[in-house]
Write a protein that binds this ligand. Structure first.
Ligand SMILES: Cc1cc2nc3c(=O)[nH]c(=O)nc-3n(C[C@H](O)[C@H](O)[C@H](O)COP(=O)(O)OP(=O)(O)OC[C@H]3O[C@@H](n4cnc5c(N)ncnc54)[C@H](O)[C@@H]3O)c2cc1C
Length: 460
């Protein structure tokens, strides 16, 4: 009799406690979904008054399509009229301060420390990139390598955040012309990754389909990449950017060779997948199976893609099929599909796979967070993190960071003149995001009003 009473009490206690934990879980979930509506202006509490006003002013300017669409021309007219110094005086406290970390290590360090106090992590991005017809010669590529090595050093020696990351554009180290040629060559006769790895190790490889001058340039480029990878292993994660479809296969080949060489025990070299491409899912599935077969860890930067207009124009001009999904909705489906694939493999082998959900899209961020919860992936376990550009969608970044997720901001640095082409390209690529930034402006205004009311009441 006493035994059955004890069983009954135990059963009731279990029922009650599991009901209580269910209620707690539901409450936690509701709290999280409220927070992830990204509608709380207190996300900006960490920003100074000056930063709020600057962001409001810059975003107001970005809301005029005519300014964003013609910013390249407008900036060069302003530079001619004001001269280098006057132009710098105009840009530095405004657009430059919003989107660029600074010019020298002291300035960058100051911005990074502020960012670190806000719970955000820097991902330094050297703003050098080239397209066809802009090639600069072997000496310039060597100089670029030194700049990248300096970026590796700055990223890890300053301890701005745990687990530092940086971005790398292969076209800063290898000519776009060669990348296009290599892309065409490997479509006919795929290269074995070991061929590139042997070349990185200094063997005088002759590459099929390339003439001796091209092969020599590829060998030099691979040596440069090898030096950067060697300097970064166990210190800084290097995220290779995706560029145009007419050169991406070559960039991916080189990146996969680096992954095979350097990612044996950890994800130090990452590749980028652009979900606006119709073949993005199959590219991702291919690299997943390659990483399994070749035994390397895989890091993925998942983006929608930045070069839509140019890709479409080129496809039309050359009579090719448009490589980009037909609509934004299709790109979103593609992004979600690739995200699900990655989160599934991460939940099974978090030590082998990593992803940075690099987007300003709130819906994608919510989807990633929800799926992480369902799959039991840690918020800051390192295998999933989030990324936005410096100065953009801080309401998303700061909210995620406050909730304990790892959030990186892509941080360009350099002088006004060095970063100007980068800023113009990013403004054009992100013009839909910039023009739709109304929500961030509303939240900034609400935070300003909140502070005004507080100070009128004598609060702090
Ligand atoms: C940390 C970080 C790193 C990045 N690295 C790279 C990189 O290496 N390579 C690169 O290419 N980009 C890169 N980007 C830029 C990125 O690809 C997007 O251009 C940018 O983030 C805007 O997309 P979104 O998901 O943030 O915003 P959203 O507003 O949700 O999406 C806008 C994007 O959707 C797509 N899109 C818009 N309209 C259409 C349409 N009609 N049909 C089909 N697709 C459409 C385009 O890709 C457009 O950029 C990076 C972005 C971040 C934040």
């Amino acid at each position: 009799m006493r035994r059955s009473l004890r069983v009954c009490i135990l059963f009731n206690t279990l029922l009650l406690s599991s009901a209580a934990s269910r209620v707690a879980a539901v409450k936690q979930h509701e709290l999280l979904s409220d927070t992830l509506a990204f509608e709380d202006p207190r996300a900006f509490k960490v920003k100074s008054l000056g930063e709020l006003l600057r962001a409001l002013g810059v975003f107001r300017l970005c809301s005029f399509p005519v300014l964003v669409n013609n910013c390249g021309k407008l900036m060069s007219v302003a530079r001619t009229l004001l001269g280098k110094r006057g132009f710098s005086l105009l840009l530095r406290p405004t657009v430059y301060a919003q989107f660029v970390a600074g010019e020298n290590e002291a300035e960058i360090s100051q911005s990074m420390q502020k960012m670190s106090l806000q719970g955000l992590r820097p991902m330094l991005a050297v703003p050098i990139e080239e397209d066809l017809g802009e090639s600069t010669g072997e000496k310039r590529y060597d100089d670029n390598m030194d700049i990248m090595l300096e970026c590796v050093r700055m990223s890890h020696s300053n301890a701005w955040s745990k687990d530092p990351m940086m971005q790398l554009k292969i076209t800063a180290l290898l000519s776009p012309e060669l990348c296009v040629k290599l892309t065409n060559v490997i479509r006919q006769q795929p290269y074995d990754l070991n061929l590139l790895i042997r070349s990185m190790d200094g063997e005088p490889i002759s590459f099929p389909g390339l003439d001796e001058k091209e092969a020599a340039h590829l060998r030099s480029g691979l040596l440069r990449l090898n030096k950067i990878a060697e300097a970064s292993v166990n210190k800084v994660r290097v995220l290779v950017d995706a560029e145009y479809t007419y050169m991406n296969p070559a960039l991916s080949l080189v990146t996969m060779a680096m992954m095979k060489k350097f990612n044996k025990d950890g994800t130090w070299i990452w590749n980028t997948y652009q979900c606006y491409l119709k073949d993005s899912r199959s590219l991702l599935l291919d690299v997943l199976s390659l990483s399994k077969n070749e035994g390397f860890c895989l890091g993925v930067k998942l983006v929608r893609g930045a070069y839509m207009d140019k890709e479409r124009k080129l496809a039309m001009k050359e009579g090719h099929q448009d490589p980009i999904h037909q609509s934004w909705e299709d790109t979103n489906d593609s992004y979600n599909g690739c995200l699900d694939v990655m989160l599934d493999v991460i939940s099974q082998e978090p030590e082998r796979y990593r992803i940075i959900v690099a987007t300003h899209n709130e819906e994608s961020v919510r989807r990633a967070v929800k799926r992480m919860e369902e799959l039991g992936i840690d918020r800051d376990g390192g295998s999933v993190c989030f990324g936005q550009l410096l100065g953009m969608c801080d309401h998303v970044s700061l909210t995620l960071a406050k909730e304990g997720y790892s959030v990186y901001k892509s941080v360009p640095y350099g002088s006004v003149d060095e970063t100007l082409p980068y800023l113009v390209r990013r403004a054009q690529e992100n013009r839909t995001v910039l023009q739709g930034i109304r929500k961030e402006r509303d939240l900034l205004r609400k935070e300003l009003n909140r502070r005004l009311r507080l100070s009128l009441r004598g609060g702090s």
